[in-house]
Design a protein around this ligand. Structure first.
Ligand code: CP3
Length: 346
């Protein structure tokens, strides 16, 4: 049996300490990350197993977090499938051309998932370094989030073109979303083959959808990815931003729900309790803005989140979205130590 508090929480069990990790814990907030990445593009770094393993381990060594989220990107499976995509610094994912017409959708969906062995190798190298102490968390982008970039061709605020497509051409949309699910499943399986012990689905942009549109046009393909992980015996976390009105839908096929910082954690837990007989397991939801506040303000906020989390069967402490790039890394290190110290033998 594992003694990892993170994996225990995903079984609905409270371990000795409250597990904590951060979305985007590897990244520009760390000087050792900036040094290791110098001269290498984001996607090149993701496709270099030794570098990806090193970048995955950096925040574990520095902060002592309870999970090592594999260093990669939700765009990597698209790259491995041969899609013309780059990640532009300070901009985000940019495609060579948008995918909108039936012909463009057909061309994209004709692609297979490609060779994912660099991903398996990167995870395996990470597991070799971390051993049993810190589990590796695999992840993938949910079909709507991937499709939002593919249809738009670049980052957008309200994902208008993708939302138009789902209504204007439901069959084309379904084909696209299904293909995105397939590449995310391949990416998840490659990480599990390397030794990933849990899986997070980033449904980041689902909050730009109405509940009805999410349920009709996106939930089936997200479900496909979550069920594929479940079938491998891998616990899952389903995370979205601005998805407070659809947490019950998010919990349907997931072991745990990632709650963003806009949603009150206590309310989220009671909503989940009302729709579930299974253990309610939540992850979240420190407001990233609080990381820049005076220590006593941050501490009070964290205490509120921890107290709210006690209403769940198990709680994984995290931010309600990623680490901002100019975060002082010492704030994160102190936060982890403080949480472990405070919750030991709680
Ligand atoms: O530490 C971790 O969380 C693991 C690695 C990880 C990255 N991206 C690394 C990364 C994970 C899990 C992601 C997920 C991801 N990527 C999402 C979903 C999560 C979310 O933020 O909602 C999305 C939407 C993407 C697409 C993407 N990739 C964006 C919007 C950006 C930011 C572009 C920028 O420069 O601001 C990226 C790049 C990216 N992915 C970076 C990192 C560390 C920064 C690039 C760099 O350091 O050069």
């Amino acid at each position: 049996m594992t003694t990892s508090p993170f994996l225990q929480a995903l079984r609905g069990v409270r371990g000795d300490t409250l597990p904590v990790w951060f979305m985007r814990q590897a990244g520009r907030s760390l000087p050792e990350y900036r040094r290791a990445r110098a001269g290498t593009t984001m996607l090149e770094s993701c496709l270099d197993p030794a570098l990806a393993a090193e970048l995955t381990c950096q925040p574990v060594r520095r902060h002592g977090v309870d999970a090592a989220v594999f260093f990669s990107d939700i765009m990597v499976p698209l790259k491995l499938a041969g899609v013309d995509v780059e990640i532009a610094l300070g901009v985000g994912p940019v495609m060579g051309a948008p995918t909108r017409t039936d012909a463009e959708i057909a061309q994209l969906c004709g692609r297979g998932s490609g060779d994912q062995s660099v991903i398996t190798d990167g995870v395996a190298l990470t597991v070799r370094e971390l051993g049993d102490t810190t589990p590796v968390l695999g992840f993938a982008g949910a079909p709507f989030t991937l499709a939002a970039y593919l249809v738009e061709g670049r980052p957008s605020r309200d994902h208008l073109a993708a939302r138009t497509l789902m209504h204007a051409n439901p069959a084309g949309w379904q084909r696209l979303a299904n293909w995105c699910a397939d590449v995310s499943v391949a990416f998840m399986k490659a990480q599990v083959a390397g030794g990933a012990r849990a899986f997070q689905l980033f449904d980041s942009w689902a909050g730009s959808l109405s509940r009805a549109d999410y349920a009709k046009y996106c939930a089936p393909s997200s479900r496909k990815v979550l069920r594929a992980a479940h079938d491998l015996g891998i616990p899952t976390i389903h995370f979205g931003v601005g998805t407070g009105c659809m947490l019950d839908l998010f919990s349907e096929d997931a072991t745990a729900v990632g709650v963003d910082y806009r949603t009150d954690l206590r309310t989220a837990i009671s909503v989940l309790r009302s729709v579930h007989s299974e253990p309610v397991i939540v992850q979240g939801n420190i407001d990233p803005a609080m990381l820049g506040c005076p220590p006593e303000v941050l501490e009070a906020h964290i205490n509120t989140v921890i107290t709210a989390g006690r209403n769940a069967d198990a709680h994984i402490l995290n931010l309600g979205h990623g680490v901002p790039k100019d975060t002082d890394p010492d704030v994160l290190t102190r936060l982890v130590a403080r949480v472990h110290e405070r919750t030991a033998n709680d």
